[in-house]
Design a protein around this ligand. Structure first.
Ligand SMILES: Nc1ncnc2c1ncn2[C@@H]1O[C@H](COP(=O)(O)OP(=O)(O)OP(=O)(O)O)[C@@H](O)[C@H]1O
Ligand SMILES: [Mg+2]
Length: 149
């Protein structure tokens, strides 16, 4: 399972709320000590897939190029590939990011840079299913809907 969205849209919170009990969590945010985080991430993904465990890749995963090796690895293991796309306005991401503390907080420019790169996911990349996720702030609920591209 691959999460796609700007920093501070709620990806990690979504993972914790919906999938922490059932899916492994792979995120480059947890590999800051690693010399080659992308490679390390692929190793961890491979471990989960080889053991037959469900796994979530929780990064911005903003471009088709970044997603391609993840999708290929999952498909090679016969895993279903599901994408959750968070189509957030940059203003919302900026506001939530500014409310964060310490290491969690990223520079505003990172949000603009990723926004510029962001390619919405397409089924043709190899996704079996795609959904959009929106955070309804008044109720703090994640709203998940099927997404076709
Ligand atoms: N259910 C919720 N309701 C309201 N606000 C929320 C909710 N979940 C998360 N947030 C807000 O959104 C912010 C970002 O959440 P989160 O850390 O999950 O984002 P992220 O997409 O994982 O960011 P990053 O890409 O930087 O890791 C949180 O700091 C919090 O303030
Ligand atoms: Mg996160």
């Amino acid at each position: 399972m691959i999460l796609i969205g700007l920093p501070a849209v709620g990806k990690t919170s979504f993972y914790r709320e919906r999938f922490a009990g059932t899916h492994d969590h792979v995120s480059k945010d947890r590999l800051r000590h690693s010399r080659r985080p992308s490679r390390r991430q692929e190793q961890l993904l491979l471990e989960s897939l080889s053991s037959g465990r469900s796994v979530v890749v929780d990064n911005t995963n903003a471009t088709a190029q970044v997603r391609a090796p993840l999708i290929a690895l999952a498909r090679a293991h016969g895993a279903e590939v599901v994408g959750y796309y968070f189509p957030t306005e940059p203003a919302d991401a900026l506001r939530r990011n500014r409310a964060r503390e310490g290491r969690e907080r990223v520079p505003d420019v990172a949000i603009f840079a990723i926004r510029k790169q962001l390619q919405p996911p397409k089924a043709a990349e190899g996704f079996d299913r795609l959904f959009t996720v929106r955070l309804d702030e008044p109720t703090r609920a994640f709203v998940v809907e099927p997404y076709s591209s």
